[in-house]
Every structure is written in structure tokens, then in C-alpha cells.
Ligand binder design. Sequence first.
Ligand code: NAD
Length: 360
Amino acid sequence: MSRDFVHESRPGRVVFGVGAGSLLHAEVERLGLRRLLVVCTRGQAELAARLVVPLGGWVAGMHYGARMHVPVQAARDAAARARELEADGCLAVGGGSAVGLAKAVARESGLPIIAVATTYAGSEMTSVWGLTDAGGKTTGRDPRVRPAVVVYDPALTVTLPARLSLTSGMNAVAHAAEALYAPDASPITSLIAAESVRALTAALPRVVAAPDDLDARSDALYGAWLAGSVLESTTMSLHHKLCHVLGGTFDLPHAELHTALLPHVLAANLPACPAARDALQNALGAADPATHLFHLAGELGAEMSLAALGMPADGVDAVVRRVLEAPYANPAPVTETGLRQLLAGALAGATPAPPASRRS
Ligand code: NAD
């Protein structure tokens, strides 16, 4: 088969190493920023305050209003604080929630973002923003919200609890897995995605066994960075669409939802994309990637049933309707029967099954 592809490298600087405080100082100096608004969740206030000590007077103010899925009011409050402080840049410390809030500020003001990522969600690598109000979650792309610099310090991730590390890592595996069968995948994104799956799945059992193992944390964060970079450069498919609908409809926890759903989507999709299946088989060292990931996550302690995560059994109809409403990129055809089968398995936390039409 001929190799037809388009590959575009997007700008962005990544600094990876232990010692975020001093690394940050050099990066802020390089960008010439002198009035930073620092955003994080309330839970990471202490960490952020410690981290910015070396920045001294370059910090104009702290804002602890980051929350999951960026509520519109939280975005307004943070943007108002940036204006009031006459900030010239936004420093996000944390996971997708902190980075998401910084993106909301950047979208309104054009301020550059520096992100210090402390989970494996990957948002720090993307130009995707999201906002939530009573009507649900809206997302879009805007190059202005892609951080100018991302600092990865594995030492900052040792406090991420084992269970959240696992599900956050599986969230990253989901980005990489869908990048492998993305309609706009290129040879480079596929290499990056496969290496991401390999690094993450090798590191996560070590992270869960010893959350303060810096080598394991370093390997996991490396895999998460790679996953974030392919999340940015490819179009995600059914798995991300389903997570968007399920998360928005039933307010399910983001990383846990990705973890429980991914094996079921892969079981449905991989028979339709042999190259992605081969890459995952190689990266995981397993003949059946969907079942392998299901057992890996389950045995490490993840909740694998959507019902246990809060999805009501009578919620399937609404999800199927919403997913079928707008066509979405996917390697296998998305049908009502297929979706119902997939959701029934994920709801129950059953071992993933290939699509009914392919079973002999
Ligand atoms: P999060 O940022 O909400 O973090 C989860 C919890 O862990 C928070 O309470 C946080 O304070 C805490 N935490 C984070 N790092 C920690 C650490 N090192 N030690 C101890 N506690 C820590 O969760 P997340 O999974 O990183 O991000 C989820 C959000 O990101 C969702 O809203 C999701 O939609 C969004 N997201 C966006 C993109 C994108 O490209 N725009 C990509 C992935 C995720």
C-alpha cells in the first residue's frame, strides 16, 4: 500500500528534568515574563507556592481556582484576576484542570502559558481548550492556548496517588492508542504513539508498586509527554468522543472513565485497523491489546465498570443517541448495535469482546 500522509510539526518547547524550580527560572527569564499569574487547584496550592519561590518578584499573584472541566465562572474569575494583576503570562502548575484554566485565560487575553505538568493527562501539549456550563462541555482548538513552554519534573509527580497515577497514565495510553489509527496519523506520530504506549505500560506497574520510585515516574512522565504530543497532532476517534459524551452526561471522573472504556473501544476498533493493532501488539508484547490493557489496569487496582464509576444502566440510550448525532472519525463503522454492545460490556466491567459480526 502506498504511504500517503501529511505531517506537520507544531512549535513548542519541552524541558524535562528534576528540579522544576530552577528550570522554571531559566524559562521565565528566556521568555522575558515579569508579572506571572500562577494558577492551580486548591489541593496543589502549597506545591505551587514552593515551586515559584525561585521566581521571586516575577510572580504577580496566585490563583487557586482550577477545577475539573473548567467551569465558565472559574474561567471568568481567573481572567479577571489576570487583568487586575496586569499579568504578562500565566504559569499553570498541575494537571489538566490547572492547564485548562490557564488556557481559558490565554484564550481571552492572549497571554503566553508556561505549564508545569504534574499528571499524565497531556493537556499541556495541546491547543485544545474546554469550558463547561449548564449546557455541557464545549471544546475547540486555538494555537494561542498551546503552552509556550512545558516543564516536566518527575519529582513533582511522586505525590500523585497510585490509583490516580494509574488512571491518568491510562488516559495517556488512550491518546496514544487512538493516534495509531487516526485519519491524520503519519509515520512520525505512529512511532511516537507506539513508544508512548510501551513506556507508559512498562512504567505504570512500577509506579503503582512504589509511587516514589523516581525512575518509574520519569519513564511514565516521558510516555505521557509523547502521548500529549500525538494528542495534539492527530484527530482522536470514537474513544474520545464517547468519553466526552459520557463524562459530560453523567459527570464521571475523567481519567477513570478513560481507563474503563479504552479496552472496549480497542476491541471494537482494532479488527478494522491492522497496522495500529500490530503496533499495539509490539508495544505491549501481547497478542490481544484490548484484553491485555483491561487486565493490566484492573489488576493494578483501576475500577473497570462504568456502572461503578456512576453511569446509570438506563443511560445507554442517551449516549448512543448523542454519539450517533454527529459523524466522527473512526476506523470501524460506528453503529447503534455496536455501540450498545460496547457500552453494555463497559457498564458491567466485563472482559472486552470483539464486535459481534467478527466473532466466529
Ligand atoms: P486534574 O488536573 O483535575 O488533577 C486531578 C487531581 O489531582 C486534582 O485534585 C489535582 O489537584 C491533583 N493533582 C494533580 N497533580 C498532582 C500531584 N502531582 N500530586 C498530588 N495531587 C495532584 O486531572 P487531570 O486528569 O490531569 O486532568 C483532567 C482534566 O483535563 C479534564 O478536565 C480533561 O477534560 C482535561 N484534559 C484536557 C486535555 C486537552 O488537551 N485540552 C487533555 C487531557 C485532559
